[in-house]
Design a protein around this ligand. Structure first.
Ligand code: PLP
Length: 395
């Protein structure tokens, strides 16, 4: 096995330079912990950019995937496979009903949603999709156009037509943006990359009524908020409404690449054979992993744990805020989707935490994203709070 620097050199020589990487090589993970190639152990409170939502190498996932690997690895989508059919049934019956399209990533799940909305609108000439300022929906051309952040679009003109953006949590802005060609409104119930911005109850209620009245699809991007992160299986379940479409990815596969678009009954037959496809989408191995994720959430009562540990961590963070009101401005959270807004640059905090063996993230320059796996326990939370205390008090 090459040493740390050799791996970094190899990667820098041969991998396209599209990521800002931290010079750490990870070699092993178990639960809430991850080890680097020099043997250093870290508490992972931002596991795989919210992908390893059940922690690293969860037993149920390893077992289910190992078993599936010995049976069959790939079945193309012109045939059937049971893990895929079962996963679709479970996602549908645990959410808005209807049917599922499987992809390999969040951006592709959103592409599918955008295509479905356009296909639905094509019957009466509607195509425009309204999304939110500060949103993030992916890096393909359509999803980066839907994204409400200029930095992801720079250099890629001309962008697809038919997208517009409005401020988040502002129902009047949506009303004003709707015109004769509007077909969908797309949003994250909690903006992740945008800084843990939580949609208001009344805003979502009014959005649903508005979409009903105008025959506009309401698309919830739950790529980051889904699969128990916010204390319910899907974040929309905190609101008293049903979206027309939900998109998922990240922790759906417990670390394996899978995305999904769930379309409610009314829209489930808009896309007809030949209109959309993915060669790998819903492959039996990734579906076996996702079925194991659902098993773990149900059988190990992980939603209750996410709520309990979210409250516990936020209590600890609020104590820290009292000690350092000049550093911490406010804390926003739903279960284990936690944002700590700082009055200072957050990257220095992330770096100091890394040195002390705690992985977290900073978004929008000053918002710490703390999203431990939903299996996290009190002891691990105490360790993370201790490190955060040391780092913030020392500033
Ligand atoms: N949607 C949301 C809300 C996301 O947070 C992300 C990724 O961070 C995406 C879509 C894109 O997902 P992917 O990187 O799997 O394409």
């Amino acid at each position: 096995m090459p040493n740390t620097q050799e791996t970094i050199n190899l990667a820098n020589t041969y991998i396209l330079n599209t990521y800002k990487r931290i010079p750490v090589v990870f070699t092993k993970g178990k639960g809430t912990y991850i080890w680097d190639s020099d043997g250093k152990k870290y508490l992972d409170f931002f596991p795989g950019w919210a992908v390893s939502g059940l922690g690293h190498c969860h037993k149920r996932i390893v077992k289910a995937v190992s078993r599936q690997l010995k049976e069959i690895i790939h079945v193309s989508n012109n045939y059937y496979s049971y893990p895929q059919a079962l996963l679709a049934q479970r996602l549908s019956s645990n959410s808005i009903g209807g049917k599922v399209f499987f992809s390999n990533s969040g951006a592709e799940a959103n592409e599918a949603a955008i295509k479905l909305a356009r296909a639905y609108g094509s019957e009466d000439g509607r195509y425009k999709i309204i999304s939110m300022d500060k949103s993030f929906h992916g890096r393909t051309l359509a999803t980066l156009t839907a994204t409400g952040q200029e930095k992801v679009k720079k250099g890629f003109a001309p962008l697809p037509e038919g997208f517009c953006h409005v401020p988040f949590n502002d129902i009047d802005a949506v009303k004003q943006a709707i015109d004769d060609v509007t077909v969908a409104v797309m949003l994250e119930p909690i903006q992740g990359e945008g800084g843990i911005n939580i949609a208001d109850q009344d805003y979502i209620r009014q959005l649903r009524l508005l979409c009903n009245a105008k025959k506009i699809l309401l698309i919830f991007d739950e790529v980051q908020t889904g699969m128990g992160r916010c204390g319910k299986l899907f974040c929309y379940q905190h609101y008293d409404i049903l979206p027309d479409i939900i998109t998922l990815a990240k922790s759906l596969g417990g670390g394996l690449p899978i995305g999904a678009m769930i379309a409610s009954e009314k829209f489930a037959d808009v896309l007809k054979p030949g209109m959309h496809a993915s060669t790998f989408g819903g492959n039996p191995v990734v579906c076996a992993a996702a079925n194991a994720v659902l098993d773990a959430i149900e059988k190990d009562r992980l939603l209750a744990n996410a709520n309990r540990m979210g409250d516990y961590l936020v209590k600890g963070l609020n104590k820290l805020k009292k000690k350092s009101p000049d550093v911490i401005n406010c804390i926003r959270h739903k279960a284990l989707m936690i944002g700590v807004e700082l009055n200072i640059d957050g990257n220095q905090v992330v770096e100091s935490c890394l040195e002390k063996g705690l992985l977290i993230n900073c978004t929008q320059g000053n918002i710490l994203r703390i999203m431990p796996p939903i299996i996290v326990n009190k002891g691990e939370s105490n360790k993370a709070l201790k490190i955060l205390n040391e780092v913030i008090i020392a500033l």
